[in-house]
Design a protein around this ligand. Structure first.
Ligand SMILES: [Zn+2]
Length: 506
């Protein structure tokens, strides 16, 4: 506990961001209104975004999922030659159809989407028996502002499927929930959002190779990293069908996010059949900073999850009714992985979106009936209204972030001396139309940003409360209330120091 004192509690007494007039500059600022916790802090809804959410169609989503199931077996290893594509079976036919749909959406908006592919040959591995062509299919809705357009927001689902046997490419592998549902979310977002314009860029992505080892997403994320793309957030939709089992909760979708970023700390893996052990890695300075500041719950990916809860689910409650996202403080479920991890590993902010309760009799199963139990991932168990709500959470997140200004930069908390007030400083958002900056805070035990205070276009704020007792963040907001992702301040002053050096601080 004492170790935090030296660097947390220190700030200059003079600066006062809330003082507007010279006379007031002498006064100690009053304690800001703490407001009501939770959803009252989400701000006004943007009518254009509300209209986008209402445009999402459960019927279109149903048609997309049923069409994807009609390709029979969408294994990454299934045939994709011209004859297979012409026969309407296998992953090649599925891929060509997805591409044709994106092209149709683009035609409907006067060519506003750039439909592209990212093709590569995956070498043999444990679940890939021969060099195999993989093709990521995606549509780009380029931002309208030259600077803001460099910011990219990605929504993704995987279009490959599998049954009990990874190498079986002939028996049905319907994959309606896993993951035609996520693919349909990406495609439906493209359809409804392409009718609108946003300052920043949105990419609607569909990937293969997920079931063999996240190969499609890995290739895409590494390409983005190599080319220096500024992917600000990635939404991985995998198993978002809301399967109709009696225990399902149709009003909750889970959002999984990493705590300590993968790029800061990797665990390494023990040796397994055919695979050597890989060592873990740690960025010691960043690990220490996270630990000293108590930032285990404030990774960029967790800010994104929080944003989906507060800036989309709560802000557009009038559209969603009781349906809402629920944060899970984990990168993923037990024993499972997903495409967001490829993006986390490449250093991008990314989350996984998955239905509340999975039915494992409906995933990766060869369709059959055994002991009275029906196995198989068929559309009849998918709740299309649920998938539509998931698509709305995605579209709301993408549209809000692509409308909002960029995050404020270099956000700092003054820590030069022991002090019970808090001074924050930051640099302007590098792009976008900032109507105001807002300081957010929450109790250290709260999962959500529960309090907000506008500071206009000032690049600093003075708050009459102790940074020891709350977490702060700063965000940039446009005139319609669309907010950037919040940025948690780092100390301005001495970096976190080990406990041994804090003896004189009391
Ligand atoms: Zn999946």
């Amino acid at each position: 506990m004492t170790s935090s004192i030296t660097f947390f509690c220190l700030l200059l007494f003079t600066a006062c961001a809330t003082a507007q007039k010279p006379a007031e500059a002498q006064k100690r600022p009053s304690r800001p209104s703490r407001g009501e916790p939770g959803k009252n802090q989400s701000g006004p809804a943007d009518p254009e975004i509300a209209a986008i959410l209402k445009d999402v169609s459960p019927q279109r989503i149903q048609a997309t999922i049923e069409k994807l199931v009609s390709f029979g077996n969408r294994s990454t290893l299934s045939p994709q030659d011209d004859a297979a594509i012409a026969s309407g079976k296998g992953i090649g036919a599925a891929r060509e159809w997805i591409k044709s749909q994106f092209e149709q959406y683009s035609k409907d908006c006067g060519g506003c989407l750039e439909v592209k592919t990212d093709e590569f040959v995956q070498p043999p591995s444990r679940r890939v028996n021969t060099p195999t062509k993989l093709v990521n299919v995606y549509a780009v809705l380029k931002g309208t502002d030259p600077e803001a357009a460099k910011r990219i927001y990605v929504v993704s689902g995987h279009y490959d499927s599998r049954n009990n046997d990874n190498f079986n490419v002939t028996d049905p592998a319907p994959g309606a929930n896993d993951d035609a549902s996520g693919t349909s979310v990406s495609m439906e977002c493209a359809r409804v959002m392409s009718k609108h314009k946003f300052p920043a860029t949105v990419i609607f992505l569909t990937v293969p190779g997920e079931e063999q080892g996240l190969y499609g997403s890995k290739h895409f994320a590494e390409m983005a990293k190599e080319q220096g793309w500024h992917i600000d957030a990635m939404l991985n939709n995998d198993i978002v069908g809301g399967n109709k089992s009696p225990e399902q909760n149709p009003n909750i979708v889970r959002v999984f996010s990493e705590g300590i970023p993968t790029t800061v700390l990797t665990l390494g893996t023990p040796a397994s059949a055919g695979n050597p052990a890989t060592p873990g890695t740690a960025d010691a300075a960043k690990v220490r900073q996270i630990r000293m500041l108590g930032m285990e719950d404030d990774s960029p990916s967790r800010q994104l999850a929080r944003y989906m809860v507060q800036q989309v689910g709560q802000k557009y409650e009038a559209v969603f009714g009781p349906f809402h996202p629920q944060m899970i403080y984990r990168q993923d479920r037990f024993l499972r992985g997903g495409d967001h991890t490829s993006f986390n590993e490449a250093g991008f902010t990314a989350v996984r979106i998955t239905e509340y309760r999975e039915d494992f009799n409906r995933q990766h199963q060869t369709p059959r009936t055994e002991n009275g139990i029906e196995y198989g991932d068929w559309p009849k168990w998918v709740d299309f209204d649920y998938v539509a709500n998931v698509a709305r959470i995605n579209a709301g997140t993408l549209a809000s972030l692509a409308s909002a200004p960029a995050e404020p930069q270099n956000v700092r908390v003054e820590t030069q001396k022991l002090e019970n007030d808090t001074d924050l400083t930051w640099e302007a958002s590098p792009d976008g139309n900032v109507a105001e900056y807002q300081v957010l805070w929450r109790d250290t035990t709260s999962p959500t940003w529960d309090h907000v205070q506008s500071v206009g276009t000032e690049l600093k704020a003075h708050l009459d409360m102790s940074k020891d007792n709350v977490f702060f963040a700063v965000r940039a907001v446009d005139k319609k209330g669309n907010a950037s992702l919040p940025v948690v301040p780092l100390p301005q002053g001495p970096p976190p120091r080990p406990a041994a050096s804090t003896g004189g601080a009391k």
